[in-house]
Ligand binder design. Structure first.
Ligand code: SF4
Length: 166
């Protein structure tokens, strides 16, 4: 039996940069060095859903954590993560290990250590003011926050790490 019984869960865009806000992708498709490292170590890879693409689609603007911090978006994150929670529970119950969950620091949704803030309101002609006000802050993005809550509700602790959005 060759299976490693080890899994990693990667933020969606680590395997598919096409999901990112237009202009933010730093690689063409998958982040080769990270993905190949997990492949070489024999880990199974689960691709998490992209909460922003499944909420606002590919024509969305870059937004901040404050803008996504709504009951509607939190509920959306919970809904799309539910099938992954069930997979995690089943793998753990059958002796598999979740090695880590890898997010994207700087993202308002998938940040683990860093997220972005600076919403200042207004119409689209205030975009420059909004852009100038953007800053990275310590803390989790909304989906990662919801994910950790859902894991805790099941008594599951997981190692979290992140790539940088830049
Ligand atoms: S960081 Fe998260 S929300 Fe942003 S593109 Fe990647 S998976 Fe989607």
């Amino acid at each position: 039996m060759k299976r490693s019984k080890r899994l990693v869960l990667l933020a969606h865009c680590i395997l598919n940069s096409n999901a990112k806000v237009v202009g933010l992708a730093q690689y063409a498709g998958a982040l080769e060095e990270l993905v190949c490292g997990h492949i070489r170590r024999g880990s199974g890879i689960i691709q998490l859903p992209c909460p922003e693409t499944t909420f606002l689609g590919l024509k969305r603007w870059g937004m901040t954590r404050e803008q996504y911090d709504t009951p509607f978006y939190r509920s959306h994150c919970r809904n799309i993560l539910q099938p992954y929670m069930q997979q995690i529970e089943d793998y753990l119950a059958n002796g598999y290990a979740i090695e880590e969950i890898v997010g994207v620091d700087g993202s308002p949704s998938c940040g683990v250590n860093l997220t972005c803030a600076g919403y200042c309101g207004g119409e689209m002609d205030d975009a420059a003011r909004q852009h100038n006000n953007l800053r990275e802050i310590s803390g989790r993005g909304i989906m990662m926050e919801v994910f950790v809550e859902m894991l805790a509700e099941k008594g599951i602790s997981a190692t979290l790490s992140a790539i940088s959005e830049k």
